[in-house]
Design a binder for this molecule. Structure first.
Ligand code: ATP
Length: 241
């Protein structure tokens, strides 16, 4: 579960990147975080993951307040950033072992997870190569595998599908569904509205740091008295007045 209460963040005196935002993402759901460029999605995610500090407001991950117990809160989630260019000098397998060490994953369990994850993401051969030699999509996949290796309860994914080939994208979506169906939480940001419409149990639409809508796709259609696609309603909602 992720709880954000009245989160505000400004980078300068003029504008608020995130403005008094409140949101609860429950266990058992895939939650899509949508919004135009510069809406405040990454800033919100950075605050949820403890990378940026909110000016105001409270964030709890599975009930753990990230300001009061940052380590405890960080044990609850796995985070895939929007830029996968990390630890480029390491080989894939070294990176996975590093992540497994960080989260105390026992040796037999990590071996099993590495085998399963690399098979699912078609990286079995490539994990012996340096990450520097990987394509963008392969880097994205190794970062996702590094996060999943400690089996976090809450997944926080910033644009996770960007750059993935159709099979890997399908696999990740399948894994997101399995994770949510097991009662755990998946929160992700995306610009791909067709994916959000099909995959998400609920979505929030953010613009200029504020939430314009939060709910199911059906609730959105009811509110707009429309049978339009999520894409159409998103464009209408986020259009500048
Ligand atoms: N480090 C920073 N310094 C100053 N302003 C920033 C910084 N990071 C973000 N901003 C500003 O905060 C606002 C929200 O940006 P953010 O990156 O959170 O948006 P986003 O919804 O993730 O956008 P995108 O879809 O383009 O990734 C924007 O106006 C952006 O210019």
């Amino acid at each position: 579960m992720i709880e954000l209460a009245n989160i505000t963040k400004s980078y300068n005196a003029k504008t608020k990147a995130v403005d008094n935002l409140s949101l609860t993402v429950r266990g058992g759901e895939i939650f899509g975080f949508l919004g135009p460029n510069g809406a405040g999605k990454t800033t919100t995610i950075k605050m949820m993951t403890g990378i940026a500090k909110p000016d105001r407001g409270v964030i709890r991950i599975n009930g753990v307040n990230i300001a009061e117990d940052p380590i405890g809160a960080k044990r609850q989630f796995g985070y895939v950033p929007d830029n996968p260019d990390l630890f480029l000098r390491l080989k894939g397998i070294e990176y996975l072992n590093f992540m497994a060490d960080l989260y105390d994953v026992p040796k037999p369990l990590r071996k099993e997870r590495i085998e399963t994850l690399s098979a699912r993401f078609d990286l079995t051969q490539a994990i012996s190569d340096p990450i520097q030699s990987y394509s963008h999509g392969m880097r994205q996949k190794i970062v996702i595998m590094g996060v999943l290796i400690h089996d976090p309860a809450v997944w926080i994914l910033d644009e996770p599908l960007t750059g993935l080939d159709p099979k890997s994208s399908y696999t990740l979506k399948e894994m997101m569904r399995e994770h949510a169906d097991s009662g755990k939480t998946v929160f992700f940001s995306t610009h791909v509205l067709e994916v959000a419409e099909k995959l998400c149990d609920r979505v929030a639409i953010i613009r200029k740091g504020e939430i314009l809508f939060c709910g199911t796709f059906k609730e959105m259609q009811e509110r707009f008295e429309s049978d339009q696609s999520l894409e159409k309603m998103f464009l209408e909602l986020t259009e500048d007045a």
